[in-house]
Design a protein. Structure first.
Length: 562
C-alpha cells in the first residue's frame, strides 16, 4: 500500500477505530479486508468499499487483506478473480502477500460445523428450500420448527458426513444452525449453514460437494485472518447478530467487529451484479468492460483515472443512511483531474472541407500550440497549417440565427493558433444539396491568431490541416439509461429505460498529426469538445479509436452554483 493513496477519512467508522486504538483493543491492531465474491466484475460501488477498507488501514497504520468469498462455485470463475485483482491494483492499492480465499478454510469451516453439531447448535434438515421459506414465518409471525430439528447429535453427525461423501442429491438436505424460530430477526431463525451443490470449484475442483453459506463462512474467515474491523454495506446490518452468534458459539477469543455503512447508489446507473450480468449476457452492452458500464474495467477503458475515482469516493463520504449520488459529481471529479493533466489537441469530429483560396499552393506553416494552459511545465507542440483545412460541421451555418459567432457566409472567425479566415462562398453537392466545401480567404497579417488592426473576432474554431490529418473513429458515450432511477418503469423492468442513444460512433474524424502515435489509454482534451481516451481494445496500429470520457460541460458545478 502506498501512502500516496491515503484518503483522510473522518467518519463514524474512523471514530470507532480511534476509540479502539485508545483502549488498545485488539492489541492496537487494525486489520480490515476487502471480500469480493468472484461472480462478476467490480463496479463503482465496490470502488468505494476498496478505498474505504484499504484507506482506513493505511490511515491507521494497519493492513488490509484481499479475500475472495468463493463459496458458490456455480456462479464463480477465475476470469472474475483476475479482473478483481487488476481493478484493486489499478485503483492504487496493494494487499502485499495477504491474498486469501474462503476456500482456503473449507476444511476448517467443515470441522467447525462438526463442532456446532456436537454442541447441539446445528442439525441436518430434509425440508426443501420452499418449505424452509414457508416455515420461516414473517416479520409479524414467528416461524415453525422443522420436524427434523430435534434429531440426535449422532444422527446429525452421520447425515452430515454422508452429505459430504456425496450420498444425497443436490438440494435434498442442508445443515442449519439451531437458534430461535421465534426470533424477531428472521436471520436468526435457524439459517442454513451448508447446502449440497455439485459444481466444479475454480480452485478446489471436485473435492467438495457441500459448500458453506456466506453468513456462516464469512465471520469464521474474518476471525481466522485476525480481522479487527469487518466493514460491510448496510443490508448486512440485520445479519450482524448472526455474525456474532457464530463467533460466540465457537468461542473465538479475538472477535472481529462488523460495522455497516450505506452502499453507493448513483443516478442513471444500476449497481446490481445480477442486472449487470444480464446486460452482458443479453448483449445490451459489448461486455463487462463496455465504457458505458459502471464497472471499474469499463470506466478504465473509457478513460477514467484512478485518482479521480478515489477523489470521488472521498467526496461522497461514508454514511449510515442510504442515498443516491448525482452522476454529475463523478463526472466533475473526472474533469477536475483531466483538466490538470490532459494535453489539449485539435480534433474535427464531423469534418467539412475549407479551401483557403488566397493561401499559397503547397505552402505549409507550423504554429506553436500550448499543450496545457493549466500546467506551465507541459510545453508546446508544432501544428501544421496548409491551404486546405477541416473544421467541424457544427461550426458553420449557412443561415445563422442572431448572435451566431461561428462561421457563415461573409463572416470572419479565428482559426486557433493560426489566422483569421472569412467565408466567401459555399459549394454544394449537385444531387443532394449538401454542403461539401467552404471557400474562404485568410488575412496574412493575422498570423498566430492575432488581430493586426485591433478588430474583434468573437468566434475561435478548432481545425486540422487536411494534408496532415490523422483519421480516427470516435465513440461518443452517454448515460446507459434515460432516467435517474432506471428501476422506475411502468413494467417494472429496468431495461425499458435503456438509452438507445448511449453510443454514437463517428467515422472519418480528422485529428491533428500529434495524435498519430497515441497509445492505448492516452488521454487528451479535444478543444471545445471534451476529454477523450485511446480505446485499449479496438484501437490498433491501422485503426485509431477514441472514447469520449466526459464532455466539457460541468453540470455539477452548475448544480452547486444554483
Amino acid at each position: 500500500m502506498s501512502d500516496n493513496n491515503t484518503i483522510a477519512y473522518s467518519n463514524f467508522i474512523q471514530d470507532i477505530i480511534t476509540d479502539d486504538l485508545k483502549t488498545n483493543k485488539n492489541d492496537g491492531r487494525v486489520n480490515t479486508r476487502f471480500p469480493p465474491e468472484p461472480n462478476g466484475y467490480l463496479h463503482i460501488g465496490h470502488a468505494k468499499s476498496i478505498c474505504l477498507n484499504f484507506g482506513l488501514a493505511i490511515q491507521n497504520k494497519g493492513i488490509c487483506n484481499l479475500r475472495f468469498d468463493d463459496t458458490n462455485p456455480a456462479k464463480e470463475d477465475v476470469e472474475y478473480v483476475d479482473s478483481i485483482k487488476e481493478d484493486v491494483k489499478w485503483l492504487g492499492f496493494s494487499w502485499d502477500d495477504r491474498m486469501y480465499y474462503a476456500s482456503n478454510y473449507f476444511t476448517k469451516i467443515y470441522e467447525y460445523a462438526i463442532q456446532f453439531i456436537k454442541l447441539g447448535k446445528a442439525y441436518v434438515c430434509d425440508l426443501t428450500a420452499d418449505q424452509i421459506r414457508e416455515y420461516r414465518g414473517t416479520l409479524t409471525e414467528p416461524g415453525k420448527e422443522s420436524p427434523f430439528r430435534n434429531r440426535s447429535v449422532e444422527e446429525n453427525l452421520d447425515l452430515f458426513e454422508r452429505m459430504k461423501a456425496g450420498e444425497f442429491k443436490d438440494g435434498s438436505r442442508v445443515l442449519r444452525a439451531k437458534i430461535d424460530m421465534s426470533s424477531p430477526n428472521l436471520n436468526m431463525r435457524d439459517p442454513v449453514m451448508y447446502r449440497i451443490l455439485r459444481a466444479t470449484h475454480h480452485r478446489s475442483g471436485d473435492d467438495w460437494c457441500i459448500y458453506p453459506m456466506y453468513d456462516y463462512a464469512h465471520p469464521i474467515s474474518d476471525a481466522l485472518e485476525g480481522i479487527t474491523h469487518s466493514i460491510c454495506t448496510l443490508e448486512f446490518e440485520d445479519h450482524r447478530p448472526l455474525y456474532d452468534w457464530f463467533l460466540e458459539v465457537l468461542d473465538f477469543k479475538s472477535r472481529p467487529r462488523q460495522i455497516e455503512f450505506a452502499r453507493l447508489n448513483i443516478t442513471y446507473t444500476v449497481m446490481s451484479k445480477r442486472k449487470l450480468l444480464e446486460l452482458v449476457k443479453k448483449a445490451y452492452v459489448s461486455g463487462w468492460d463496455d465504457p458505458r458500464m459502471p464497472t471499474i474495467s469499463g470506466m478504465r477503458r473509457r478513460g477514467y483515472t484512478p485518482e479521480a475515482i478515489r477523489d470521488f469516493c472521498e467526496r461522497i463520504g461514508v454514511a449510515k443512511t442510504s442515498s443516491t449520488v448525482d452522476v454529475a459529481l463523478l463526472e466533475h471529479c473526472i474533469r477536475e483531474d483531466l483538466n490538470a493533466r490532459a494535453q489539449r489537441v485539435m480534433a474535427v469530429l464531423r469534418p467539412i472541407k475549407v479551401v483557403i483560396e488566397n493561401y499559397p499552393e503547397g505552402q505549409v506553416e507550423w504554429f506553436d500550440a500550448e499543450n496545457n494552459p493549466e500546467d506551465p511545465n507541459s510545453g508546446s507542440r508544432k501544428v501544421p497549417f496548409s491551404k486546405v483545412v477541416y473544421i467541424d460541421q457544427e461550426d458553420f451555418c449557412e443561415n445563422p440565427p442572431k448572435k451566431y459567432f461561428r462561421l457563415f457566409p461573409g463572416s470572419e472567425v479565428r482559426l486557433k493558433h493560426a489566422y483569421f479566415i472569412k467565408c466567401q462562398s459555399v459549394v454544394k453537392d449537385d444531387k443532394t444539396g449538401q454542403i461539401i466545401e467552404l471557400r474562404c480567404t485568410y488575412d496574412p497579417e493575422s498570423r498566430g491568431g492575432n488581430s493586426p488592426d485591433g478588430r474583434k473576432i468573437k468566434g475561435t474554431l478548432q481545425w486540422v490541416s487536411a494534408e496532415h490529418a490523422v483519421d480516427a473513429e470516435v465513440r461518443l458515450y452517454d448515460s446507459l439509461f434515460t432516467c435517474p432511477n432506471p428501476d422506475d418503469s411502468d413494467s417494472g423492468d429496468y431495461k425499458d429505460n435503456l438509452n438507445p442513444k448511449s453510443l454514437e460512433v463517428l467515422q472519418g474524424c480528422k485529428l491533428e498529426p500529434e495524435l498519430k502515435n497515441a497509445k492505448a489509454g492516452d488521454r487528451f482534451q479535444f478543444i471545445r469538445t471534451g476529454y477523450f481516451c485511446v480505446d485499449s481494445v479496438d484501437s490498433k496500429e491501422d485503426k485509431l479509436v477514441f472514447n469520449r470520457i466526459v464532455a466539457l460541460k460541468d453540470s455539477w458545478a452548475k448544480v452547486q452554483k444554483d
